[in-house]
Design a protein around this ligand. Structure first.
Ligand code: SAM
Length: 490
């Protein structure tokens, strides 16, 4: 395959070689001498029998599975691709466990951002044992689509005794393998519901480290009002879900991110006034202003700019009077700037007699961990791209676009290994089109069959993977058409 080495990497051997590099004295004839390793690590060795830990049935095996090399290979499908030689989007059809192993060689420490939206373990969306012989048959069996003889069944009930255990065993190796693809300044975001948020946080703290846990972001979800038909209810309707955010390195810092103001934030939209004097010492900027010449420090602007700004303030007072509410000042400035197509400065004396200059209302506020402004509109966005409601749980392109915009530079790689309808790839192309970036996306999706009765199946999509691939083709074409000359589509 021209684009990546489709062979697997021996993860255990790689790790042992790293250990050997760090602690050569702990190796005798190629084997680890744990007594020496313990002696080297001294105070970091925990000798207590009881300790704080999170475990479940199958954890050791899950750990081992992450380290077992894959037996598969990746096969390119040029005939299905658009612009094979130049495209920056890769779609891989297969079980993500196998694919993640195969990606280790070519993408080790190359991915800037992973976004995943795994099954939430609601009792209907999940899950299968990791048996590499026949993952599709296996997947169908365990998701309850068919029994061992291939007969159709209803889904895996929530009462299954292995409910959380199965989910943890599925997620653990996939998170571990995901981590080693991340760059040192890489980040991961995981969408999840209330069913597994606690377990997911526990295994993420173990795999990534608690110090790399950045936020649990609250995301709006569409409220299903099914309880309205009953006299009494057993709990409140759920209007939110979570986005778990971890960085690969504990000391990771990122640029300030802003989000638009919303209803209650209205008052923040007002402009403000700032002291025009500052302490830096430039004698040429110490001229007389409102009859004041500072003995030290300097005025913020040169004399010409300050004089013009003073005149602008006089104009406002002539037009609107002396006691002008801030909102009217903001409107006056915005109107003038729009008409004259240039910036307007204002300078006046404060109530305490000090020169102060005008600061425009800011367009956004610093993002918090409460993202109520993003609408749960993934369904309608998918429909407008594909022409039908072909997938039940697509995420909003706006959510993914925000993550990419906040976290990724223009040449970064974004990976989603529970790709579904490929919202992440769509968002990568959209952000590229907006800012001229050349970010790359890698999608991994199991060729899970679409339900026979589903709109997707009726429209000719046999699998979710087929749907995801077609969405990328269509979104790319649309973005290209709307933004000729950008790197968005393709
Ligand atoms: C909740 S959906 C993701 C939806 C996606 N975020 C979107 O916006 O369309 C989870 C997807 O993961 C896929 N999946 C589950 N197990 C998988 C596996 N082992 N390998 C690859 N994909 C898997 C499912 O088929 C499903 O399409």
């Amino acid at each position: 395959m021209d684009k990546m080495d489709g062979k697997t990497m021996d993860i255990v051997a790689e790790n042992v070689s790293k250990l050997k590099e760090l602690f050569p004295e702990a190796f005798t004839e190629g084997k680890v001498d744990f007594n020496v390793l313990k002696a080297v690590l001294r105070s970091f060795v925990d000798e207590h029998n009881e300790r704080y830990s999170f475990t479940w049935n199958g954890k050791s095996k899950a750990r081992m599975i992450a380290q077992t090399p894959s037996t598969g290979t990746l096969r390119p499908c040029k005939e299905e691709s658009v612009d094979w030689d130049t495209t920056s989007n890769i779609f891989i059809e297969g079980d993500n466990l196998e694919v993640l192993k195969l990606l280790q060689k070519s993408y080790h420490k190359k991915v800037k951002m992973i976004y995943i939206d795994p099954p939430y373990n609601t009792g209907k969306d999940f899950v299968y044992k990791d048996n590499y012989q026949d993952n599709i048959k296996n997947y169908k069996e365990v998701t309850g689509q068919v029994d061992s003889k291939g007969r159709n069944l209803s889904s895996n009930p929530e009462t299954s005794g292995r409910y959380h255990t199965d989910w943890l065993n599925m997620m653990y190796p996939r998170l571990k393998l995901g981590r080693s693809l991340l760059k040192d300044d890489g980040v991961i975001f995981i969408s999840i519901g209330k069913e597994e948020i606690h377990n997911l946080t526990s295994i993420m703290n173990e795999i990534f480290g608690e110090e790399c846990h950045k936020n649990i972001i609250v995301i709006r979800r569409g409220i299903k009002n099914v309880q309205a038909q009953f006299e009494t209810i057993d709990s409140f309707n759920r209007g939110h879900e979570y986005l778990l955010f971890y960085s690969k390195s504990a000391n990771y810092r990122f640029g300030k991110c802003s989000v638009p103001y919303e209803g209650d934030d209205e008052y923040h939209k007002e402009g403000s006034w700032n002291n025009h004097w500052r302490g830096t010492d430039r004698p040429t900027m110490r001229y007389e202003l409102f009859g004041i010449k500072p003995p030290t420090g300097q005025w913020r602007w040169g004399e010409k700019r300050s004089t013009k700004a003073k005149e602008n303030w006089i104009k406002i007072c002539d037009e609107l009077g002396e006691e002008i509410p801030q909102s009217q000042i903001d409107k006056w400035v915005a109107d003038k700037e729009r008409k004259k197509n240039c910036k307007i400065d204002l300078l006046r004396l404060s109530s305490t007699g000090k020169p102060e200059h005008y600061i425009r209302p800011s367009l956004g506020k610093l993002a918090s961990d409460f993202w109520s402004d993003i609408k749960p509109n993934g369904g309608s966005q998918l429909k407008s791209c594909m022409g039908g409601a072909y997938f039940d749980t697509p995420k909003s392109v706006d959510l993914l676009a925000r993550l990419i915009d906040f976290m990724c530079q223009e040449n970064d790689t974004v990976l989603d290994y529970f790709a579904g309808s490929a919202t992440t790839a769509h968002a990568v192309m959209q952000v590229n089109a907006k800012d001229g970036g050349k970010r790359k996306s890698i999608m991994v999706q199991l060729p899970e069959a679409c339900d026979e009765k589903s709109e997707a199946c009726k429209a000719g999509y046999q699998t979710i993977a087929e749907l995801g691939k077609e969405r990328i083709r269509r979104a790319a074409a649309k973005i290209k058409e709307e933004n000729p000359g950008t790197a968005g589509g393709g």
